[in-house]
Design a binder for this molecule. Structure first.
Ligand code: BG6
Length: 278
């Protein structure tokens, strides 16, 4: 079942339900903001205080950070790019079988995007909703000059409590600590007792999110960088769309092409960033 819905303020989203799972995807940002397997608790975290309003990024789910991750050199431009607050076109859906639904959305350049990012592009997001969640973000350079992108599928995972979480699979990997801008090497699993904001590099294997009653596996393709983030107490208080205790029930593991893993695309070249969560 696929239903196109609209809130009273005009905010539109697509609701999907099949035998294996259910999901909700906003047309603004192609933003997946709900995914749960049938009969199970949601896998994605969504802030109770999130806005669902034109021009404001939803706090939770999977924001699409593109064509830059983090801050642009021009600090007046929005953090994480313009894709997550742009109106995407819903291309269509495919009910492959009773347990698998595929949604495709796309964004292309227009006068507004060309003013802040001077390149012609096609960006397509394919979301497969099944007992696995699969996301495929495809960038095509439609310009006659090369461009550089950094990007992330900025997945917010719902957790029982942040103190119960361990992230495995990044041991011995180098990372840039975005709190100190120092390069470090990960020692063992990642656990949380303070703010964590790190860009892991040279990531080539599966990442495991181990929580009290659930274990999730994240497999990325077209990517060798992963961002791990929890804002902890003080940053949460400064952030939009977050309740004061929100940091306790979420953790972000972002499938990325960030910093040294940014990609240069020649005219007509295509790059696909893929994340599979199960
Ligand atoms: C993460 C960054 O990717 O996104 C954090 O590493 C940042 O530094 C977070 O705070 C959220 O960003 P925003 O723009 O959605 O508030």
């Amino acid at each position: 079942m696929i239903v196109h819905k609209k809130l009273t303020n005009g905010f539109e989203y697509i609701e999907v339900k099949n035998e294996a799972a259910e999901a909700k995807v906003a047309l603004q940002g192609a933003h997946l903001f709900h995914y749960a397997r049938a009969g199970e608790e949601p896998i994605l975290w969504l802030s109770e205080a999130s806005d669902f309003e034109a021009g404001k990024a939803i706090r939770g789910g999977v924001p699409v950070c593109w064509p830059w991750f983090g801050f642009n050199e021009d600090k007046t431009l929005p953090q994480h790019g313009f894709a997550r607050t742009s109106s995407w076109e819903f291309v269509g859906s495919d009910e492959v079988d009773a347990k698998t639904t595929v949604l495709t959305l796309r964004l292309t350049h227009d006068e507004k995007t060309l003013q802040i990012w001077h390149y012609k592009f096609l960006l397509e997001l394919k979301i497969t909703i099944s007992d696995k969640l699969s996301m495929e973000l495809k960038t095509t350079n439609l310009d006659d000059k090369s461009f550089k992108i950094s990007q992330a599928l900025h997945t917010y995972f719902s957790v029982s409590h942040i103190s119960e979480v361990a992230i495995k699979g990044l041991g011995k990997k180098p990372y840039l600590d975005a709190l100190t801008w120092k390069k470090e090497i990960q020692n063992g699993d990642i656990t949380f007792n303070q703010e964590v904001d790190r860009v892991y590099q040279e990531v080539d294997g599966e990442i495991v999110l181990s929580d009290k009653n659930r274990t999730l596996h994240i497999k990325n393709d077209g990517s060798s960088s992963v961002v791990v983030w929890n804002p902890w107490i003080e940053k949460t208080l400064r952030m939009s769309g977050m309740k004061p205790n929100a940091y306790e029930s979420m953790v972000c593991i972002e499938s990325a092409n960030a910093f040294e893993d940014a990609r240069v695309l020649q005219p007509r070249e295509v790059h696909i960033l893929r994340a599979i969560i199960d």
